[in-house]
Design a protein around this ligand. Structure first.
Ligand code: NAD
Length: 373
């Protein structure tokens, strides 16, 4: 069984899908591992470190040659898979809903595309879930980046020259990224509050020592669909939430938005009129900026100043923490493949529950229910 890890080709992608740690683990399972030359450079991993772990370094033209499993953070164009074994598996993120053309190209080329975004949210798949591992780091990075742009301090400071007030930080959307954003802002000494459409998050917010800001007594507040994902909210709820948020937001120094609904554009949480009520020098970090944005006027990889408020967000937040993000992404891929490793066959054999969820293409066809429906 030959496993190949490719250098990322997407603009702004600094992560890598394999690390020396996972190279060693794949070899211990009986696999041979090839890593494309320079693949780890932007994540602070040298070719020599991969070689020391037992991998073979190959040029771009040869990297996929003979590989039965190909690993990548973002799925490469099929042209980069020249020479791979017939029906080879490609385990990566595919943006399957947004980039149907790529999925069709994989089907046509006869590869088996395994979409890590479609990993089911079940307990046994937690260690394989790249969305969680990367969101966690994104929540941290959002707060650190906002703090860096904020012209004031986060903690309260009592100095001989007088007192500096603690920053007020509001987190909107309390999933994996939001929870980490709350924890990070608390560690920096801010006064933290948070909201979500899922009422189950109220307790989680409190357990981190932050203040929950919730619309009460409005129908449709549960807001939780299958797998813990948010569903779209009733109009009545959206109106009540907007009113509550408006009055709260005007008092905030830092706002972190993280709200996503899978397969749809990100919900709009903050309007230009609401930004106008905020204090000069406040910072909003929009973690959903690449999915259309939670904040009116936010643009990927830019700091937009509106009404004296800085609005920012990255098109690829985990890539800004490439070393840690790669380490976790690589472990997710290893945990996924090793969980199904069949020692006799010397390769992984996926079960129905996880296999059918993540497999997009097989035998020249698109086979995933979520794409066929
Ligand atoms: P996500 O990235 O899909 O969304 C981020 C958050 O935004 C969610 O909490 C969502 O409820 C919230 N949101 C959506 N619309 C909103 C709106 N209009 N206003 C305010 N908030 C809004 O979520 P996520 O980080 O992937 O996590 C969602 C849940 O799934 C969590 O409870 C998490 O623990 C769970 N989860 C479980 C597993 C597993 O068991 N393997 C894996 C990942 C996540």
């Amino acid at each position: 069984m030959q496993i190949a890890a490719l250098k990322e080709r997407a603009a702004g992608e600094a992560r890598v899908s394999i690390t020396p740690e996972t190279v060693k683990k794949f070899i211990a399972l009986g696999a041979e591992v090839t890593v494309e030359k320079g693949a780890g450079e932007t994540a602070s991993i040298s070719d020599a470190a991969f070689e020391d772990a037992g991998a073979t370094i190959a040029t771009a033209a040869k990297a996929a040659e003979g590989a039965e499993i190909i690993l990548s953070v973002q799925a490469p164009d099929v042209a980069a898979l020249k020479g791979a074994a017939k029906g080879a598996w490609v385990a990566a993120t595919f943006d399957p809903v947004g980039d149907k053309g790529r999925v069709e190209a994989y089907a046509k080329a006869g590869f088996e595309a395994l979409s890590m975004e479609f990993m089911p949210r079940i307990t046994r798949a937690q260690s394989m879930d790249v969305l969680s591992s990367q969101s966690n780091l994104s929540g941290y990075k959002a707060v650190i980046s906002a703090a860096n742009e904020y012209g004031r301090a986060f903690p309260m400071m009592m100095t001989a020259a007088g007192t500096v007030q603690a920053a007020r930080c509001f987190v909107m959307g309390v999933g994996v990224a939001g929870l980490q954003a709350i924890a990070t802002a608390k560690r920096l000494g801010a006064q933290v509050s948070a909201t979500d459409v899922r009422s189950a998050t109220k307790e989680q917010i409190q357990s981190l020592g932050a203040k929950p800001i919730f619309v009460e007594n409005v129908a449709g507040i549960e807001g939780e669909g299958s797998g813990g994902y948010a569903t779209e909210m009733s109009e009545e709820y959206q109106k009540a939430q907007a009113e509550l948020v408006s009055s709260h937001i005007a008092k905030q120094d830092i706002v972190i938005t993280t709200a996503l609904i899978p397969g749809r554009a990100a919900p709009r949480l903050i309007s230009d009129a609401q930004i106008a009520t905020m204090k000069q020098g406040s910072v909003i970090f929009d973690l959903a900026v690449a999915q259309g944005g939670n904040v009116e006027g936010s643009e990927p990889d830019k700091i937009v100043v509106k009404h004296g408020v800085k609005i920012m967000g990255f098109s690829n937040t985990p890539s800004h923490l490439a070393a840690d993000a790669s380490a976790l992404f690589a472990r997710n891929l290893y945990n996924f493949l090793s969980a199904f490793w069949d020692a006799e066959q010397g390769k992984p054999v996926l079960d129905e529950e996880i296999g059918d969820a993540v497999r997009l293409t097989q035998g020249g066809k698109i086979v995933n229910e979520r794409l066929l429906g």
